[in-house]
Design a protein around this ligand. Sequence first.
Ligand code: SAM
Length: 189
Amino acid sequence: QAGILRLGHRPKRDKRITTHTALVARAFGASYYFLSEVCDMSVMDNVLSVEKRWGRGFKLVSCGLSYKDYISIWRNYMKGVIVHLTMYGLELEREIDGIKKAGKPVLIIIGSEKVPGEIYKIADFNISVGNQPHSEVAALAIFLDRLYNGQELYYKFEDAKVQIEPSASGKKVISIGGNKDEKEKYNDA
Ligand code: SAM
């Protein structure tokens, strides 16, 4: 099981990127998403409306507690390990097997602006996805993909109302809610 802890969020600047971290977390197999320090209801609403339409990926989405609270919940209740994604960390390729071998739920911390120094000490693993600065969205997607060996891409989401039918040209979305006989095909906007 994996959870994401997004460290803070600047309501004006970070709306899109925080939403993207949550959507990537969901699409790439994470079950928990925590946004610390602030609650941005427009981000949360967006994520919940995706869940409603495309199916349940998350067991829990939460915002507004301090990062210390989320970390202590993860350690004490989930008995999990803490991975901090940072360009200064050890290489993903070298560390991923050790993280998997721990066999414990993984809380993946991603920053927004300056990351507090103590996060580097609290984390069990400081992991880099390449040693160049890029994006929390990219770092998270690649980390989850390596954690789940690409299997997360084939996960079927529970209670989905719609599902994509892969297509070589155009967009095919199938409605899968309600009576099977009423299944309807339509083009998604
Ligand atoms: N200035 C911030 C700091 O003090 O570390 C980093 C800002 S960066 C745009 C936001 C987040 O993206 C980082 O906290 C980290 O989680 C993630 N990130 C960016 N590049 C990364 C890399 N090469 N490897 C792993 N994570 C990375």
